[in-house]
Design a protein around this ligand. Sequence first.
Ligand SMILES: C[S@@+](CC[C@H](N)C(=O)[O-])C[C@H]1O[C@@H](n2cnc3c(N)ncnc32)[C@H](O)[C@@H]1O
Length: 285
Amino acid sequence: MVELVSDVHEIKAQQRAGWDAVSAGWDTALETFERGAMSATRRLLELGGVREGQTVLDLGTGVGEPALTAATLVGPSGRVVGLDFSSSMLAIARRRGAALSNVEFVEGDLEYVDFPERSFDVVLSRWGLMFAVDRSSMFERLRKIIVPGGVLAAAVWGPASSVPMLQLGFEPLVARLELPPPPPGAPGPFSMSDGDQVAHELKAAHFSEVSVTEFTVPFRVASMQEYADMTKALTPPSIKNMIKERFGSVDDPATWKAVGETVAPYAKNGEISLPSTALCIRAVA
Ligand SMILES: C[S@@+](CC[C@H](N)C(=O)[O-])C[C@H]1O[C@@H](n2cnc3c(N)ncnc32)[C@H](O)[C@@H]1O
């Protein structure tokens, strides 16, 4: 855990700028990503028991999931709030949800939510919580904003090796750019991949009926090219700049060819299947 306040501010500023910068890429890659990711949304809605009339919060909503799907379930008598700290991501979510009157998207940090106590029946998050710097205090805050008996239902990633959708394309970038490994304990996509540890943290924050279960997200891409295009769209500008510096262009063909080729062994029957392990958390406030 990061101790120094100045470090936290710095980490947050960098994280926010990074997400703002990749928001257009998330928009571009939406169809490819949701082909698999929508099943994780459905799993979370099931785990959360989301139903008509409820008030639901989606943390780290990005371009709008699972908030938008939750809004269709809670109906006109319910309400969904999608929260993210990236204003660029939120702009896309708002565009996507423009036709829905029961969902709003607000800017905020998922670690420092300041809604009144007992505001939500269900709190959801699909691949957002892993970016928290201090999970213990986040879980404490989240429990308080959920009604007693309400549910936190969230997906985080399992270990990197079980998430080919993200990890395969990253490997050639690490190798070609000689990227150092992230510092241990740093927030990031795989920072919650130890399910036992996560369960322990939730219980310490006084959640009950805690479960952390594996869920296979059935990601599929049509071709190596589609995988390379998606990876490129989601690659942060800091890494793209390194590609440009080292190889002369962000579009360096050898780099993206190497990225695409990582999924070749997963090709079968005319498509490429990249089943990836999410850990699905369910905890009762
Ligand atoms: C991997 S994306 C997931 C987006 C969306 N939930 C989905 O599944 O498509 C993570 C999102 O969490 C947001 N995020 C990361 N850290 C955050 C924080 N501390 N507070 C609010 N949002 C955060 C990012 O801006 C980004 O939109």
